[in-house]
Design a protein around this ligand. Sequence first.
Ligand SMILES: [Zn+2]
Length: 95
Amino acid sequence: MSEGARDLTAAIRAKLASGELPSATPEKVWAGKGTGLPRRACGLPITVNNIEFEVDLPGVRAAMRLHQGCLTVWDQYRKDFPPEDVAAFRRRKFI
Ligand SMILES: [Zn+2]
């Protein structure tokens, strides 16, 4: 694993542990064009030249948007954390 990949993994694990990123199983994942806005997992924008992945989570209206690499790491490590209750998501408005 490269240093960058290790940093990303550590950042995403820390956000899962703090609750900043959800651990729920996605209902659907969509792929689309980036919008240039910074994204929660890594804090970096997904440019219009890149593919953005929209993750629909149970009980949450707005999708969480991630880079492909961030989605892969998040999906791999979210399973290490207990699934959250939906009410907690809504209160935190994590998107
Ligand atoms: Zn990212």
